[in-house]
Ligand binder design. Structure first.
Ligand code: HEM
Length: 452
C-alpha cells in the first residue's frame, strides 16, 4: 500500500516546458541558484524575488516558475484554479496519504469528498472540540513548575499531538497505539519531506534501511487507522466525538453519499500529517515572539485577566501576525494542467508553479514595516483578506481545518498567557528553517514563570 509513489525520475527528466520568455537565471547562474536552494531554501527564494521581481523562471530540468505577486497568487489559487493541479511534491506525500484531500488531483472526486468533510469542520463541530483543547492544555501545563526552563517547541509538539490523537482519532486509541502513531507520523513525514527535495529519491522498493523503516512505520499507522475505522463502523454512534467518528458517519446532505473505507483511511492519514506539527510550530513562534516583545505579552495578559477569549480579537491578531512572519508551510505549489497567463507571461502546461508565501508575507511592498511584529495590523479586515497573506492558502483548496487550528491555537495561547509569563533564554529568536513545517533551529528555549 505504501508505494503509491508514481513519480519517475526518468519521466521527470524527459519533460520540457518552454519558459525562455520569463526572466530568471540562466547558464552558470542557474547552477549557482540550484546550489543555493540546496543550502538555504528560504534565502534562495528571497534572492530570486530581489533579483527578478514578481516572477522568476527555472527552465529544464526544474520546469518551474516562482511567483511573488499577490495578484498572480490570486489568479492561481482562486480565479483560474481549475487550470492548476497540486505540484509535483504531492507525489511524495501520496506514498503516505494515498489520495486524501491534500493530494487528490481529480477535481470531481476531490470536490465530492471535500463537500462531505467540510461539514465536519463547521463552527458547531469545532465548538464541540473546544472543551478538549482546553482540558488537554490545562492537564499539560499543570506539570510545569513555578519557574521552568524549557524548549517550548517540544512542549507544543507533545501537547498538539495529544490533541490530534484525542480529537482526530478519539478515545478508543490505546496508549501503545498512540505511541506507534506518534513515531510513525514523525518518521514518515520527515522522510517525505527529505525526498521532496532530493533530485532522484531512492525508489521505495529498494530495500535500504530507511525504506524498510518507512514501510514498517507506514504499516503500523495504516493498521491502527483501519482498526479504528472498523470499530467505529460497528457502532451506532449518535454523538460522535472525534473527527474519525464523524467522518465514518458523515453523509453528503444532497446525494446521501458516504466515504468508502479506503477514502476514510486516506483522509485520516492526511489529517494526521497535515495537522502534525503545523499548529505546534505556529504556537512555538507565537510564544517566542511574545517572549521577545514583553510589552505585547503584558498587554495580552491584561486583556486575558479582564475578558473571555471571544472578546479578545487582539489574541487572534497575535496568532495571525506570528503566522505572517513564520508560516508553517512557507511554500505552496501547483502545476499548470492547462496553459495560463500571469500578467504579460504565458505559462505553458506542465509548469511547476511555486508560491513562497514566507517571502511574500515579509515583503515591504505588501506590509508596512514588514519585519516588525505588529499584531495591530490585523485589525484591518483588508489585511486579513489580502492575497499577500496566505498561511492557510486561499480559494477552494485552502486548509479545510483553518477554523479548527485557529480555535485550538487561541485556546492554548489564552491558557498559557493566563497562567505563565515567558522570557527568552537567549537574547534573540532562533533562526527559522524549512523542515516538515517552519521550525526554530535548536528549538525555542524559554523560561516559563508561573503568574501569581
Ligand atoms: C496552524 C495549522 C495549520 C496550517 C498553517 C495549515 C496550512 C494549510 C495549507 C497552507 C494548506 C493548503 C495547501 C495548498 O494550498 O497547497 C492546507 C491544506 C489542508 N490542511 Fe491544513 N493547516 C493547518 C492545520 C491543519 C489541521 C489541524 C488539519 C486537520 C485536522 C489540516 C488539514 C488539511 C487538509 C485536509 C488540507 C487539504 C485541503 C484540500 O486540498 O482540500 N490542516 N493546510
Amino acid at each position: 500500500m505504501a508505494n503509491k509513489n508514481r513519480r519517475s525520475a526518468f519521466t521527470k527528466a524527459l519533460s520540457f516546458v518552454d519558459l525562455s520568455k520569463i526572466p530568471g537565471p540562466r547558464g552558470i547562474d542557474y547552477f549557482h541558484y540550484v546550489q543555493f536552494f540546496q543550502r538555504d531554501i528560504l534565502g534562495a527564494f528571497t534572492k530570486v524575488n530581489r533579483d527578478y521581481g514578481d516572477i522568476g523562471s527555472f527552465p529544464w530540468p526544474m520546469n518551474s516558475i516562482i511567483i511573488y505577486s499577490p495578484e498572480f497568487a490570486r489568479r492561481v489559487l482562486v480565479e483560474n484554479h481549475k487550470s492548476y493541479i497540486k505540484g509535483e511534491q504531492i507525489e511524495e506525500l501520496r506514498a503516505v496519504v494515498g489520495n486524501g484531500l491534500a493530494t487528490n488531483n481529480d477535481y470531481e472526486s476531490w470536490l465530492r469528498i471535500r463537500t462531505i468533510i467540510a461539514k465536519e469542520f463547521n463552527a458547531k463541530a469545532i465548538q464541540s472540540f473546544n472543551k478538549n483543547f482546553e482540558r488537554l492544555c490545562l492537564e499539560h501545563i499543570s506539570g510545569w513548575s513555578g519557574k521552568s526552563e524549557m524548549d517550548v517547541c517540544e512542549e507544543m509538539k507533545f501537547l498538539t499531538f495529544k490533541i490530534a490523537c484525542d480529537t482526530l482519532l478519539g478515545v478508543s486509541l490505546s496508549k501503545e497505539d498512540a505511541h506507534k502513531v506518534n513515531e510513525a507520523v514523525h518518521f514518515t513525514s520527515l522522510v517525505t519531506y527529505e525526498r521532496i527535495f532530493q533530485f532522484f529519491p531512492v525508489p521505495y522498493w529498494v530495500p535500504t534501511k530507511k525504506n524498510e523503516a518507512f514501510h514498517r512505520h507506514y504499516k503500523n499507522l495504516s493498521t491502527i487507522v483501519n482498526k479504528l475505522i472498523l470499530q467505529e463502523k460497528g457502532r451506532q454512534n449518535s454523538h460522535p466525538s472525534s473527527v474519525l467518528e464523524r467522518l465514518v458517519h458523515a453523509v453528503d446532505p444532497e446525494t446521501k453519499d458516504r466515504l468508502s473505507d479506503d477514502e476514510l483511511h486516506d483522509e485520516i492519514l492526511t489529517m494526521l500529517l497535515a495537522g502534525h506539527e503545523t499548529s505546534a510550530h505556529s504556537l512555538t513562534w507565537t510564544i517566542g515572539l511574545l517572549a521577545k516583545h514583553q510589552e505585547i505579552q503584558e498587554k495580552l495578559h491584561k486583556l486575558i485577566s479582564e475578558n473571555s477569549l471571544e472578546n479578545i480579537p487582539y489574541l487572534q491578531w497575535i496568532i495571525m501576525e506570528s503566522m505572517r512572519l513564520y508560516p508553517s508551510f512557507p511554500v505552496l505549489s501547483r502545476k499548470t494542467a492547462e496553459t495560463d497567463t500571469l500578467g504579460p507571461y504565458t505559462i505553458p502546461k506542465n509548469t511547476n508553479v511555486v508560491i513562497p508565501i514566507y517571502v511574500i508575507q515579509r515583503n515591504q511592498e505588501n506590509f508596512a514595516d514588514a519585519l516588525t511584529f505588529n499584531p495591530e495590523r490585523f485589525a484591518s479586515a483588508e489585511t486579513q483578506k489580502s492575497f499577500a497573506y496566505l498561511p492557510f492558502s486561499k480559494g477552494p483548496r485552502k486548509c479545510i481545518a483553518e477554523a479548527f487550528a485557529m480555535s485550538e491555537m487561541a485556546i492554548i495561547l489564552y491558557q498559557l498567557i493566563k497562567h505563565f509569563s515567558f522570557e527568552l533564554i537567549h537574547t534573540d529568536l532562533p533562526q527559522e528553517v524549512a523542515s516538515v513545517s517552519l521550525k526554530p533551529v535548536g528549538g525555542m528555549n524559554v523560561r516559563a514563570i508561573k503568574r501569581k
